[in-house]
Ligand binder design. Structure first.
Ligand SMILES: NC(=O)c1ccc[n+]([C@@H]2O[C@H](COP(=O)([O-])OP(=O)(O)OC[C@H]3O[C@@H](n4cnc5c(N)ncnc54)[C@H](O)[C@@H]3O)[C@@H](O)[C@H]2O)c1
Length: 433
């Protein structure tokens, strides 16, 4: 089938490349001319394992092309996916202005029947607005359907997730739309959950909020474990092996970040409130998340007594491993906080240095190191802020001698406490006795 993707970011580009890999012809459209130029040269604008190979392959196969024109995209694609940002507004609700803008542009370009799918994460009822907007701005009698096809990929594993999804959710209101989407997604071999549009929209917000809740639950457990000398890793392992609970996202640490969980929890809480339901649990999820980060910073303070003028090594700046994305990164928030208290922070990340530099421009006291080992130089303590697997493989025996005081505060429970203590480190994880 011929597909148009509007918004070639983490979701749109991955979706487009994976649809091309499954045999469809894709035209990716983006409003950022420099991004389109980059993609046309075969370059991928962010780090996502396996994506550059896929994009290169389908530039060659001719099944993946790029354009700056929505009109061209809508003429080309029988199905049009909206994959633009839905950032938070100050009150937590989703800013839908990008979605609205794209809906208007699609409306003006409709050449005949098109199926317009929202893939951006949006509050329930947004599809109604998309339908109304297209109907308002299109010529009279324009033929189109709208659908909700939420995306569940995880950055860092996006290609894998999009190629082999656990399920594909399609929210539709006509048999024609359902038939098209079943045909489009059949090659992925995943169960297709076909439902009404509102349920599909809710599935996305409900899923992300539930995953965030699991993380916050683990962080609250960690606080209890610390008070009784128990190890949260043992507790969550014992829980997670129960098939009704499952082990994933039950990780204590410094909290969740990224471009999705924080904004989606807030947006779900906001839309529930607008609908007249006080989803107080979601506010608590957020509070626990904030608390996890604050407890960690307090721990740094306890360790150093006075933070000012101390040298603190920071390993990890991206919001999670295998990405260069620093949007709402808790690691960056911790670095910013400690630098604000006068610490001299030596920071390193395998992929996110450039993005972090941009984000921390103007923050005094942060020095970016070329290698992970460099953050240990004369450090009073080193913090693990993102669980990059490479940080578990560092030569801690050798690095110890580079530190002023061999102390590691592990905000992601990445390292083996006993092994580090045997090497002579003062080590503290999160919720580990
Ligand atoms: N990043 C994730 O892991 C993830 C996962 C699932 C769902 N989502 C959701 O998908 C949506 C997109 O997120 P993302 O991470 O891909 O964002 P992103 O910022 O990586 O990419 C968005 C792209 O849209 C382009 N764009 C903005 N306005 C446009 C317009 N008017 N016309 C054409 N292109 C336009 C931008 O230039 C950018 O390339 C959001 O709603 C997000 O919540 C994200």
């Amino acid at each position: 089938m011929r597909v148009c993707i509007v918004g070639c970011g983490h979701v749109g580009l991955v979706t487009g490349a994976c649809l091309a890999e499954r045999g469809h012809a894709v035209l990716g459209v983006d409003a950022d001319a420099s991004r389109v130029a980059l993609l046309r040269r075969g370059k991928v604008p962010f780090h996502e394992p396996g994506l550059d190979r896929l994009v290169a392959r389908h530039r060659r196969s001719g099944r993946l092309r790029f354009s700056g024109s929505i009109a061209e995209g809508v003429r080309f694609g029988e199905v049009v996916f909206i994959c633009v940002p839905t950032p938070p507004r100050p009150d937590g609700s989703a800013d839908l202005s990008f979605v609205e803008h794209v809906s208007r542009s699609i409306a003006r370009a409709l050449p005949g029947y098109r199926l317009v799918c929202e893939k951006s994460t949006v509050p329930v009822n947004t599809c109604d607005q998309v339908r109304a907007t297209i109907a308002k701005y299109a010529r009279k009698g324009a033929d189109f359907d709208v659908a909700s096809t939420p995306e569940f990929l995880r950055e860092g594993r996006a290609v894998e997730d999009a190629m082999k999804p656990d399920r594909v959710v399609v929210g539709v209101e006509t048999p024609r739309a359902e038939k098209i989407l079943r045909e489009l997604f059949r090659p992925f071999g995943a169960p297709i959950v076909a439902t009404d549009i509102r349920s599909a929209e809710l599935i996305k917000h409900a899923s992300n909020s539930f995953l965030a809740l699991k993380i916050s639950y683990a962080n609250a457990l960690a606080a209890v474990c610390e008070r009784v000398g128990a190890d949260v890793m043992n507790v969550t392992r014992g829980m997670g092996l129960d098939a009704r609970i499952g082990p994933q996202f039950l990780s204590a640490g410094i909290g969740y970040g990224g471009s999705c969980f924080p904004k989606d929890v807030r947006a779900f809480e906001a839309i529930s409130r607008q609908l007249g339901y006080d989803f107080a649990l979601l506010r608590e999820v957020e509070r626990l998340n904030r608390e996890a980060r604050e407890r960690f910073v307090q721990r740094v303070e306890q360790q150093l007594w006075i933070v000012k003028d101390k040298t603190v090594g920071a390993l990890g700046l991206s919001f999670k491993p295998d990405t260069d994305d620093v949007r709402e990164s808790v690691a960056l928030a911790v670095v910013r906080d400690l630098a604000g208290r006068g610490a001299r922070v030596r920071a390193f990340d395998p992929q996110a240095m450039e993005a972090a530099r941009r984000e921390l421009r103007g923050v005094r006291g942060v020095r970016f190191c070329r290698r992970a080992a460099d953050v240990f130089a004369r450090a009073d303590c080193v913090l693990i802020l993102t669980e990059w697997p490479a940080f578990a493989k560092l030569d801690y025996a050798r690095l110890k001698s580079r530190m002023a005081h061999p102390t590691i505060l592990d905000g992601r429970n990445l390292l083996d406490p006993e092994a580090l203590r045997r090497l002579g480190y003062t080590y503290r994880g999160v919720g580990r006795g």
